[in-house]
Design a protein around this ligand. Structure first.
Ligand SMILES: [Zn+2]
Ligand SMILES: [Zn+2]
Length: 143
């Protein structure tokens, strides 16, 4: 007598449980977001530093990082307080495409031209005072 209904009921229950377990299984395993490999891109864009800062290139005003140096040559001191200095530029304006310009006269420097500056050597912090470039300042002139 009621066996057909019973079989139907158990079949239905079985299917329901199977479906329930199925969705439960996928609800647990699926849907989780894959953690993206962290770290934003670090572009090598050169930010402009503060003029006069020892970490700023006086020729192209690029902000330099530790280990990046301005190519310059200092001469023996005449007065004892400061030294004459020729500044060619940094890696970004000598080897890169940053424009080399004189902060005094504004001229764009060509190859072989350089800035003339006075280097004040102080115990804690040296100061570089740019006098001009090889175009607006004559060689050997201190002032
Ligand atoms: Zn530079
Ligand atoms: Zn100049």
């Amino acid at each position: 007598m009621g066996t057909v209904i019973q079989v139907l009921f158990f079949t239905f229950a079985g299917v329901f449980l199977l479906w329930f377990g199925y969705t439960l299984f996928f609800a647990v395993s699926g849907g989780g977001s894959i953690p993206s490999p962290g770290g934003g891109k670090q572009g090598k864009t050169r930010i402009t530093g503060v003029p006069g800062d020892p970490r700023t290139c006086p020729v192209c005003s690029a902000k330099l990082e530790k280990g990046e140096r301005v190519k310059s040559s200092a001469f023996p001191s005449f007065t004892g307080t400061d030294r004459l200095m020729h500044i060619a530029g940094c890696v970004y304006c000598l080897e890169g495409d940053r424009r080399r310009s004189c902060p005094v006269c504004g001229a764009v420097l060509r190859d072989g031209e350089f800035l003339i500056a006075r280097l004040f050597e102080k115990p804690h912090r040296s100061h570089v005072h740019v006098l001009g470039c090889s175009r607006c300042k004559k060689h050997g002139s201190l002032f």
